[in-house]
Every structure is written in C-alpha cells, then in structure tokens.
Design a protein around this ligand. Structure first.
Ligand code: RB5
Length: 147
C-alpha cells in the first residue's frame, strides 16, 4: 500500500473531510497528491474532479479520493472521464465491494453525509482491498467499452 500514490481532491463542501483524509494518509506514510481545493471558499466541483482524473489517466496516481458535499456531483463528474470508475459510497460494505467487483479507481464521499470515522474506514478499505477479477472482469470490460 505504501508504494501507491493516491490523488485527493474536493470542493468547499468536502474540504474538511479531505483534510482529515490527508492527515490519515500522512500518518500511514501513504504518498498522495492534493489537487485542491485548498480552502472553504466556494468552488465548482467538476474542476476538481477533472484535475484528479487527469492524475489517474496519466498514471501518476493509481487511485483517487474525491469529496464534495454529498459525493454525488464528484462521482458524476469523475465518471465522465475515460478509464475512471468512480463509486460514491456512504458505507464500508460498498467501499470494499466496489473494489472487489467494480475495480473502482476513485472513491467519492460526502463531507456533509458521512462522519470522519466511517469515511476513514472507507478510505482504508478502498486502498487495501483487491479486485477479484474472474466473473467480474467481463462486466468491467463492458463498463470500459462504454467509455
Ligand atoms: C456544493 O454546495 C455542493 O453542491 C457540492 O459540494 C456537492 O454536494 C455536489 O454534488
């Protein structure tokens, strides 16, 4: 896990959660790139989803974590990018299963929806759970064909 570089990003609605996630990554010595935003000043979430997705598409980062107020706007924006499979999660089961079954490469969460504790548990599962492949590979291939 420590070799992985994670991209993190948020709008103003997810800024505080992003900062908590940043502290978590620092504590665990997980390398990351923070694409912003860097304050609670109002910004537009599609801009930050785009900055983060570019990091994944270029190969600079393996996975991404996006936070906005609900996580929904970020997930909609991220999923418009080729090669991005973004999952908006509010529970640990979904965060684990979206790695195992969907090979999700971006986790989206709502800073106004989830508490810090559950959010950090989701981050941990998202970063440590492997993709199962097998019967899921055909379906993920089908998702990729929709790009
Ligand atoms: C910003 O107020 C809010 O709309 C945004 O953070 C997000 O929740 C959108 O999906």
């Amino acid at each position: 896990m420590s070799k992985m570089i994670v991209a993190i990003g948020s709008d103003h609605g997810g800024f505080e959660l992003k900062e908590q996630i940043k502290a978590y990554l620092i504590e665990r010595e997980i390398r990351f790139v923070d694409v912003g935003t860097y304050s609670t000043t109002s910004v537009d979430y599609p801009d930050y989803a785009h900055k983060l997705c570019e990091k994944i598409q270029s190969g600079e980062c393996e996975r991404g974590i996006l936070c906005c107020g609900t996580g929904i706007g970020m997930s909609i924006a991220a999923n418009k990018h080729k090669g991005i499979r973004a999952a908006c999660c509010s529970d640990t089961y979904s965060a684990r299963l979206t790695r195992m079954h969907n090979d999700a490469n971006v986790l989206c969460m709502g800073g106004r929806v989830v508490g810090t504790g559950p959010a950090l548990d989701m981050v941990e599962l998202f970063l440590t759970t492997g993709y199962e492949g097998g019967r899921h590979a055909r379906r993920v291939d089908m998702l990729n064909a929709l790009d």
